[in-house]
Design a protein around this ligand. Structure first.
Ligand SMILES: Cc1cc2nc3c(=O)[nH]c(=O)nc-3n(C[C@H](O)[C@H](O)[C@H](O)COP(=O)(O)OP(=O)(O)OC[C@H]3O[C@@H](n4cnc5c(N)ncnc54)[C@H](O)[C@@H]3O)c2cc1C
Length: 382
């Protein structure tokens, strides 16, 4: 029996366990994860680990002694397969039963796959340390990379591919890269950035089918014609890892549905990429896929387990690194009708802009302007 059982041993799960200890929680904590690795961070995977600037172990979230000091029972290589919320018990692969006082669901996301590409030699997804090892191994021997999907992950992989000296094509049916996250204007700037760095950006283009020669992908048929490839990365989004919760009775709707306290049921919380909770200030249910939320929500859930009974009302924030640009976004850019530059100049790749909807600032974005964008954040009114 553990007083708190956290399922998912990555950013959000570890943040919850760590925050509990920092708040003085003295009960037992068990952290269960299906990966064999010690908890590690995902943002470096598509950047420094894929490029080779970092060794894999530099992505570790905590040093072994810091992990040991938390006094948690870390169970790795163990997949949760079901939960009985009435009996307060999780079953993991192999049949072991793990009773709990409070359960924290922190299982993150699984990459969405494209059926025709799935399992083909030369086709990859990127979510885990094992994925990046496989992908990097193939990129080092490759000349041409195709990235299917121009979201945040696809754009970062394209940028790293160029850094490794590969010819890179990005294919996406949407009109601009990262449009869902940053809207059309900033998305158009990103397309320019990638083109200036030698990427062939095929937006408004659909990937139709892989062409396989001698068992490996050699080309991709797109709505704009054939594109040659040694390696294809499928980066078309992810879905919440809730397969193990199907029969739990918990409400699942593009994530584990929670109240404003991130509580899915009595004694059950969800945190990080997998959690969809009621954001009181935005008066809607929200699910965020970003690193800062994993930490902040972990803190909020730890507080609520300890009886704080506080709503979680963050201003969403993410960053991405592509080439020499660090982009930082607070709030919501995609829903804006106007982008107003506040300082700097997009042509210099150093600026801060406000995103407005019906005259109100709903988000701010900075390129290479960490201080300016943090200050501009105060302008967000909803
Ligand atoms: C390559 C990459 C780059 C990124 N870059 C950025 C960035 O630049 N900026 C940014 O803001 N965000 C970035 N993100 C997003 C950020 O990493 C995530 O928001 C964050 O990792 C979410 O943490 P999490 O703990 O909720 O989920 P995850 O990190 O996905 O962890 C969930 C863990 O649960 C495990 N698990 C799943 N199912 C089970 C089960 N049934 N039983 C046991 N364990 C299970 C998983 O294997 C995983 O270890 C990036 C993500 C990726 C993949």
């Amino acid at each position: 029996m553990s007083d708190v059982l956290v399922v998912g041993a990555s950013a959000a799960g570890l943040a919850t366990a760590e925050s509990l200890r920092r708040r003085g929680f003295t009960g037992s904590i068990r952290l269960v994860g299906d990966e064999a690795h010690q908890p590690y961070d995902r943002p470096p995977l598509s950047k420094k680990v894929l490029s080779g600037a970092w060794a894999a172990d530099q992505a570790a979230l905590r040093a072994p002694d810091a992990l040991a000091a938390l006094d948690i029972d870390l169970v790795l290589g163990s997949k949760a397969v079901s939960v009985d919320v009435r009996k307060q018990e999780v079953v993991v692969s192999g049949g072991r039963r793990l009773p709990y006082g409070d359960l924290v669901i922190a299982t993150g996301l699984a990459p969405r796959r494209l059926g025709a590409f799935d399992g083909l030699a030369g086709a990859h997804v990127l979510r885990t340390l094992d994925d990046v090892a496989r992908l990097r191994g193939e990129l080092l021997a490759a000349e041409r990379l195709i990235v299917l999907g121009a979201g945040v992950l696809g754009c970062e992989i394209a940028a790293t591919g160029r850094q490794l000296g590969l010819g890179v094509t990005v294919v996406d049916p949407a009109p601009v890269p990262m449009g869902a996250q940053v809207g059309p204007e900033i998305g158009a700037l990103l397309a320019e950035l990638h083109r200036a760095n030698g990427v062939e950006v095929l937006t408004g283009t659909k990937a139709e089918a892989p062409v396989v020669t001698n068992g490996r992908i050699t080309e991709v048929l797109t709505s704009a014609g054939l594109v040659t490839a040694d390696v294809v990365v499928v980066a078309v989004g992810s879905t919440p890892a809730t397969d193990w919760l199907e029969d739990s009775g918990l409400i699942l709707d593009d994530g584990v549905v929670c109240d404003s306290r991130c509580r899915a049921a009595d004694n059950v919380y969800a945190v990080g990429d997998v959690a969809r909770w009621w954001h009181e200030r935005q008066a809607r249910s929200v699910r965020l896929e970003n690193r800062t939320n994993a930490t902040e929500q972990g803190l909020a859930v730890a507080d609520n387990i300890m009886g704080a009974d506080k709503p979680y009302v963050p201003v969403p924030y993410f960053w991405t690194d592509q080439y020499d640009v660090r982009m930082q976004v607070f709030g919501d850019l995609a829903g804006a009708d106007t982008i107003r530059v506040l300082e700097g100049d997009p042509a210099d790749r150093k600026f801060v802009a406000a995103a407005e909807a019906a005259g109100r600032v709903v988000g701010v974005v900075g390129w290479n302007s960490a201080r300016g964008v943090r200050k501009a954040r105060e302008l967000i009114t909803s």
